[in-house]
Write a protein that binds this ligand. Structure first.
Ligand code: SF4
Length: 82
């Protein structure tokens, strides 16, 4: 995919596709970046491993969720859009 097409797809997704689900797959290495970027959605347990905060507002934190997923060094943050 060329750069302009990729940018267009990303713009469309960011504008029209809302994040409805967020989850963390097995393999978190307790780096903590997700919590630094978006503490409203990502908490850390006693071992520093991430979890999704109860009652997290995904719609209000879409930018943070996307940034956390991109930043996570082991890419275990996943989200579903509709
Ligand atoms: S950024 Fe990734 S590895 Fe680090 S705590 Fe969050 S989910 Fe775990």
């Amino acid at each position: 995919m060329n750069n302009s097409l990729f940018s267009g797809v990303m713009w469309f997704k960011a504008k029209y596709m809302a994040i409805k689900r967020v989850w963390i797959e097995h393999g978190c290495i307790a780096a903590g970046y997700c919590n630094e970027i978006c503490p409203e959605v990502f908490g850390l347990d006693d071992f520093g491993e991430a979890f999704i905060e109860e009652d997290a507002d995904f719609a209000a934190n879409e930018k943070g969720i996307r940034e956390a997923a991109l930043t996570c060094p082991v890419k275990v943050i996943k989200f579903g859009e509709e």
